[in-house]
Structures are given as structure tokens and as C-alpha cells.
Design a protein. Structure first.
Length: 109
């Protein structure tokens, strides 16, 4: 898969978005990341692997502890992709607005 697909897949699940939100506040140990979830640690591990494959997190070992950090750079590619469609929606909204302006003009006549 390409990077954009990996990132979109990673952020498609609410648990993974919650993990990103948690890690946006700073690095955390695995058990601290897993604590808010009422799922098996194995499920959290799978979520973390997917986030890591997408480049959204990185693991750093410090002694016996593994710290997980958020990496926001891959989200920039998603933002750029979405931005490409902004022009499309702006044009459609302008056409929609013009439709109602024309309709009002006809009603006043």
C-alpha cells in the first residue's frame, strides 16, 4: 500500500484516533496507552502496529520501558490530498449560492 492509504486506514478507526489524541500530549508507555481501552492488550498492540506502519507513531526503548511517540508528518499528506478537493467544493458552493441569487431575482420580478 502507499503512504496515503496506510495513513487513511490508520486514522479510520476510533480507537486509533484516540491513541493519536492521547500521544499528541506527549510520549507514553505502552501500558499507559492501553489503559483507557476496555480491550485486550493484544488488540491495542495491533492498533499500534498499524499506526507504526503508517508512520504515525514511533517506539523508543529506554531501559526496560518502551515509549511511544506521535509523529504528525504523515497527516500532512492527508491534509494536502483533502486540500486538492477544496477547490471542487468551493466551486460547487459558489454555483449553489448563485442559483439562489438568480432565483431571488426572478421572484422579485
Amino acid at each position: 500500500m502507499d503512504q496515503l492509504t496506510d495513513v487513511l486506514t490508520a486514522i479510520s478507526h476510533p480507537s486509533r484516533r484516540a491513541i493519536i489524541g492521547q500521544l499528541a500530549n506527549g510520549p507514553a508507555r505502552f501500558l499507559d496507552v492501553a489503559k483507557p481501552f476496555e480491550t485486550a492488550l493484544n488488540a491495542v498492540t495491533k492498533h499500534l502496529k498499524l499506526l507504526e506502519r503508517a508512520g504515525l507513531i514511533e517506539r523508543r526503548k529506554q531501559g526496560r520501558e518502551v515509549y511511544i511517540s506521535f509523529r504528525g508528518e504523515p497527516l500532512r499528506e492527508v491534509a494536502e490530498w483533502v486540500h486538492e478537493y477544496e477547490r471542487f467544493w468551493n466551486e460547487r458552493l459558489d454555483q449553489f449560492e448563485q442559483h439562489f441569487k438568480d432565483k431571488r431575482k426572478k421572484e422579485k420580478k
